[in-house]
Design a protein around this ligand. Structure first.
Ligand code: COA
Length: 208
């Protein structure tokens, strides 16, 4: 499935293009990035070219690029999670160039994908994500994006190197997302009304 281009304050999430090879190689050959997301570091530019071809073909993975320069600094994939019974679920997996960690970029990207999944795409009931117990950065991203902890599966994940690790699993239901957003919108409208009435010089609305 080919997803739409998404824009946030600082990022553009878009389909991959042939000219992204160098940016992909730049972050994907780092041993800090791929292994934490379950894939091997790219050994050379040829490997990046081959993987880029697959990314372009499959279409279910966004290139995460900086809005101001166009540089691709990461990737975000969303594909079917077949383990959710009656729920139509999509699973998220992502990675960012280590040069850009700690600036809130992936949280911004994941939030845009959540909004797109639940507000624009039809029929998705749930998003899921998991991390290995030692990956505290992604744990934090997951929490900041509103996912709920479900359970930890023992030795459930086999890495690219054959190493087993536990999977700490989370999900976000569409119904919870819509409820939470509705509350936030009401709050913002309420605050907007109060600011407007104050700037008009009239009495502030009573607090509820
Ligand atoms: C996980 C990853 C995508 C995070 O991207 P990012 O843009 O740096 O994330 P953000 O800046 O939005 O948030 C990172 C949070 O982790 C926190 N953090 C950083 N190092 C941490 C640590 N050692 N322990 C706990 N929290 C940590 C940051 O303080 C920040 O939280 P805050 O906003 O509350 O301060 C990035 O580190 C990465 O690509 N890692 C390798 C691949 C990977 O792990 N992918 C996830 C597989 S599910």
């Amino acid at each position: 499935m080919q997803y739409e281009r998404l824009e946030t304050e600082r990022l553009i999430l878009r389909g991959w293009q042939a000219q992204d090879r160098e940016d992909l190689y730049e972050y994907a050959h780092s041993p800090e990035v791929g292994p934490m997301a379950g894939w091997a570091p790219h050994p050379d530019r040829h490997a990046s070219s081959e993987i880029l071809k697959a990314y372009i073909e499959c279409g279910d993975i966004w290139a995460v690029s900086l809005r101001d320069s166009g540089k691709v600094i990461g990737q975000l994939r969303m594909y079917p999670d077949e383990n959710r019974g009656k729920y139509v679920a999509r699973y998220l997996s992502y990675a960012l160039s280590a040069d850009y960690w700690g600036h809130g970029y992936m949280t911004e990207a994941v939030k845009a994908v959540i909004r797109y999944s639940f507000e624009d795409l039809k029929g998705i009931d749930m998003l899921s994500v998991f991390h290995s117990p030692d990956n505290l950065r992604t744990k934090r991203v997951i929490e900041k994006c509103g996912f709920k902890y479900e359970l930890t599966l023992k030795d459930a994940y086999v890495g690219y190197d054959g190493k087993l690790s536990d999977s700490v699993c989370y999900c976000l239901m569409k119904s919870d997302y819509l409820r939470q957003n509705h509350k936030m919108r009401l709050k913002a409208e309420d605050e907007g009304e109060q600011t407007a009435s104050l700037s008009n010089g009239s009495c502030p609305a009573p607090l509820r």
